[in-house]
Design a protein around this ligand. Structure first.
Ligand SMILES: *Cc1c(COP(=O)(O)O)cnc(C)c1O
Length: 375
């Protein structure tokens, strides 16, 4: 489906005119540019976008327009997508388990950095050109993240040191990478990981070419605007403190870069005393609510585009499919006055939303409307 454009300055104005019965994402290029500028000017190193968080073509185009040139890709399809929108993009292939066919695709697409977290997968990379950057992925027990990214990938410090030595032995350029866990609200996880990375490099006797501090940068889910600059400052200070001569730094935000750029607007299909039924749910754009919990940044508007104010009451929120699991995990506070046909506008819905839509039962938010530059 091609992107729709509107010059309307707010979703309210567009909804009152279009009155869509299907779920709609609104893409705000200005918000994307603002967040990208914070990363590009504040992060003390290279900023690489983790494509899986939102692979919508308009997101990739918006990031390229904002000056992002490096991308963390996990599959041949993501590589092809990025190349189609930015032929000169720098691709980091950071899915540490790859089939032989995927390795060939990564080479054909010109991936310049490859992560590994186990010996067998490192040996599979032996045919890459000497000097290619191989980033060993380190994991520590998680703290501070909304859920654990280390439970699937990552080598513990002892294995990471052994892998680093082997990377050098094979003639590759050694780097370290980690992911502190998604939605880290405080800088501490990065400080711990950076110190651990320095210890691993020292134990291995290897000088790191680069240190990739992963994603994990938070979005605002209702707790207030995240202090990205405080996280950037901690990362810079921790790197200077931990390494005699700090490696170049890379970060690969997904959520932190893309969340603010999309709003999700759902329509109320039915209202009951204690529940509402919406036209999308956990099998669609709200898939993450199961893992991250409720998100408080929402407002209800009438189909004329007017705000529904007044007292609120908790209601169970059901999605549209015929599956009893299709409900949000916690009740949501909604205005008493909410009516069938109203819209609920959710802010900050760019990350892990459209990317996870299943299409189950024929539902799922896919449509994107691009707001005017002022949105
Ligand atoms: C998913 C992922 C990211 C992005 O994580 P966020 O928490 O969305 O910032 C970065 N790097 C790797 C390797 C990932 O798998």
């Amino acid at each position: 489906m091609g992107i729709e454009q509107t010059l309307m300055p707010s979703p309210e104005a567009w909804l009152a005119r279009a009155r869509p019965d299907d779920p709609v994402f609104f893409f705000c290029p200005l918000r994307l540019a603002q967040v990208a500028a914070r990363f590009l000017s504040g992060f003390p190193g290279l900023v690489s976008y983790a494509v899986k968080a939102n692979p919508a073509p308009e997101m990739i185009d918006g990031l390229v327009a904002a000056g992002i040139r490096a991308f963390d890709v996990a599959s041949p399809a993501e590589m092809a997508l990025v190349r189609a929108h930015c032929p000169e993009a720098v691709l980091h292939y950071h899915n540490p388990v790859r089939s032989e066919a995927e390795i060939a695709a990564g080479q054909a697409q010109g991936c310049t950095s490859w992560s590994v977290d186990r010996r067998s997968e490192l040996e599979k990379l032996r045919h890459l050109p000497r000097g290619t950057e191989i980033a060993v992925r380190l994991k520590l027990p998680v703290t501070g993240a909304a859920y654990d990214f280390g439970s699937k990938f990552g080598a513990d410090p002892a294995l990471a040191a052994a892998l680093l030595r082997r990377v050098v032995e094979m003639g590759f350029t050694p780097s370290l990478t980690f992911h502190p866990g998604t939605q880290c609200r405080t800088p501490e996880p990065w400080a711990r990981y950076i110190q651990a990375a320095a210890d691993v490099a020292r134990a291995a006797g290897v000088t790191l070419h680069r240190l990739n501090v992963g994603g994990g940068f938070p979005s605002d889910r209702g707790e207030g605007h995240p202090d990205l600059e405080a996280i950037f400052a901690t990362i810079a200070i921790a790197a200077r403190a931990a390494f005699a001569s700090p490696p170049e730094l890379v970060c690969e935000p997904g959520r932190g870069l893309c969340a603010e750029a999309f709003l999700l607007v759902l329509r109320v299909k039915a209202v009951e005393e204690a529940a509402v039924f919406l036209n999308d749910g956990i099998y669609g754009g709200m898939a993450e609510w199961r893992d991250l919990g409720p998100m408080a940044r929402l407002r209800v508007i009438s189909s004329e585009g007017l705000p529904r104010g007044g007292a609120c009451r908790d209601r169970v929120v059901f999605g549209p499919t015929c599956d009893s699991l299709d409900r949000l995990p916690d009740p949501v506070a909604l205005p008493e006055a909410i009516r069938e046909g109203d819209y609920i506008v959710f802010e900050g819905m760019g990350a892990y939303s459209r990317a996870l839509v299943t299409g189950f039962n024929g539902y799922g938010a896919r449509r994107i409307v691009r707001m005017s530059a002022a949105c």
